[in-house]
Design a binder for this molecule. Structure first.
Ligand code: SF4
Ligand code: SF4
Length: 128
């Protein structure tokens, strides 16, 4: 996605490129075409380009967009009683691999209830 958006008034004068304090703007002249380039990792959103543009061509509102990009989607493990999402299957695999112990998929509430039930059985002399 490009945050630096210009409208049809841009005439390629390069005032924005020359006045960007962060070297976030550049250009390439290739054959018949001039291309304006923008690098968001360098851009500090100072709006200098917008101020100096003699054509009012820069649509600065796009710099203010603040979206979340998905990085990765992983399968979840849920509480075996109530279905509450707990942790990812990959995390479970990592922990199981490091400890050699299986994890009982229980949310805090059902882990506590499970523990209390076990305690009650132990006290009554029975086992689960
Ligand atoms: S200063 Fe404005 S008109 Fe000139 S190249 Fe930049 S966006 Fe286009
Ligand atoms: S907002 Fe500032 S840093 Fe970003 S491109 Fe424009 S002049 Fe450069």
């Amino acid at each position: 996605m490009s945050y630096f958006v210009v409208n049809e008034n841009c005439n390629g004068c390069l005032a924005c490129v020359e006045n960007c304090p962060a070297n976030a703007l550049g250009f390439q002249d290739n054959g018949e075409k001039r291309t304006i380039l923008h690098n968001m990792a360098r851009c500090v959103r100072c709006a200098n380009c917008w101020r100096v543009c003699p054509q009012q061509a820069i649509e600065f509102q796009h710099f203010m967009e603040n979206e979340w990009d998905e990085v990765i989607s992983l399968g979840l493990v849920h509480c075996r009683v109530c279905g509450e999402p707990l942790y990812t299957a990959n995390l479970e695999k990592t922990v199981t691999g490091k400890t050699g112990r299986e994890i009982d998929a229980l949310c805090p509430k059902h882990r506590e209830l499970n523990f209390a039930a076990r305690q009650a059985l132990i006290l009554s002399g029975k086992s689960m």
